[in-house]
Structure formats: structure tokens, C-alpha cells
Design a protein around this ligand. Sequence first.
Ligand code: PMM
Length: 268
Amino acid sequence: MTGIWGIVNVTPDSFSDGGRYLDVDRAVAHGLRLRAEGATVLDIGGESTRPGAERVGPDVEQERVLPVIEQLVAAGAPVSIDTFNAATATAAVRAGARIVNDVSGGLADPDMLAAVAETGADYAIGHWRGFSSDMYAQAEYRRVAREVAGELKERMGDAAAAGIAPSRLIVDPGIGFAKAGAQNWELLRGLDEIVALGPRVLIGTSRKRFLAETLRHAAPEEEASEPRRDLATAVTSALAARAGVWAVRVHDVAATRDALAIAHAWEG
Ligand code: PMM
């Protein structure tokens, strides 16, 4: 059965104003709800990686995520930390996270691979070519799936050289990261090249811009609203499951759970 990573973003723009504790309580409640809806992992992030997002330091990031991780782990949830900072990864694993989800695959922080090796946590390597401020300038490919697979293979080699056991690795082709519109569809069509790398494959299409662009094309008069983007995400999740991915990372866990149940019933 394909796993479902439920997204818990503990960023100020994710939750309306109010004190820090309120934010923590809301984030924990949100995580527990996603878990009840069928999330197999809760992915906790304290810094937005969206295009044009502002960077925050590891101190602020940890202040946001650590109390949330502690409470969710205490409630029995498997937790992943979404960060490209080594210090945050180490602190999160100390707080109980089992997986470090690094969208930069070790490229953003030179200390990341050694830190992960030290913790013994599983490590999700994302395909990445630069920070969100200039990542579209780097979206040049001749054959996107092949090039992404090749670059992920280099990152897997670096991780192994740093002492992370291959069995702990997860790879993610980084949908939307240094990829523009149609390149994301081409990458999804070539997912078998990513699956062929060997490690478990994670994929995150949830609510991303390329889905909104396609929805706008389908119904130009209608807004590409959140419910429409969640429906589109559920469809891509079902198709990704068919292509052999190990898990999908989504905001709307219930919609993807249903889509996966239907896709799996079809497969028999
Ligand atoms: N995308 C975002 C953040 N973290 N992690 C992984 N492994 N894969 C992704 O595609 C990914 C990620 C950006 O999306 P968000 O801001 O909606 O969380």
C-alpha cells in the first residue's frame, strides 16, 4: 500500500495570528487529524520552500517545529522533519523524528549528510538545483527524468560516502523545484527512471503551481481553488502509486487516501 505523508507546515502564514502556543496547539491538532485520516508519516516543516519564500534561520525554525514534533511523537505518530538545515535535522531527531526530509538532497547545508549519518535517521533526498529565489533560472533540461535520476544518483553516492546506509535512503524527484510547468509532467511521465534508482520513492505534487496551471486550462473561467487542487493532487497520487512510488506527500490526506484505495482496488 502506498504511504501518505501528511504535511504540517508550522509557518506563520500557515496559521492565523495568535501566540506561539496557539500555533503549536493548532499544528499538533492538525497533525493528529491527518494521522486519523490515514497519514502514515507526518512531515513537519518550519520554513517555507515555496518559490520566492523568505528564508528564516535555524533558531526560528527549531522554535517552531520542536514542540510540535515532541507532542506528535508522544502521541505515537511517525514524524519526519522537512528541513535543509543540519542543526534542525539533528535537533528534530533528538525530539523523536525518524526521517530527515531534505528537499536539497544535502546541497544546501554542507553539514547535513554527516549530521544525518550521526543520527541514524532515514534520509529523504530531494532533487534540487538552488534556493527558491532563483530556481527557475536553473530549470534547463534536455531529458528531465534522465537528468533528475542522474543527479539523484550523485546525491545517493554522497550520502553513502558520508556513512548513511543505502537502506535508509528515500529519493524524491522534487516536483516544482527548478522545474517549470510542462517539465513536471514530463518528469512524472518518466517516473520509472526514478523508481529504477532503487531506493523508496517519495513524491510531492500537492497543490503545486503546475496543477493549478492545468486546471486553469481545463476551466479558464474558474479559479484553481484549493478543493480543485486537492482533487488534482489525489489524481496524481493515484497515478504515482501505479508508477511504483513508495509514498506521496500531501496536504489533503483524506482525498488522497480515497484515491489510493480506489486505485489499489482497480489493481486487485
Ligand atoms: N515540496 C515542498 C516542501 N517539501 N518535500 C519533499 N520531500 N518533496 C516535495 O515535493 C516537497 C517537500 C513544497 O511544498 P509545500 O510548501 O506545499 O509544503
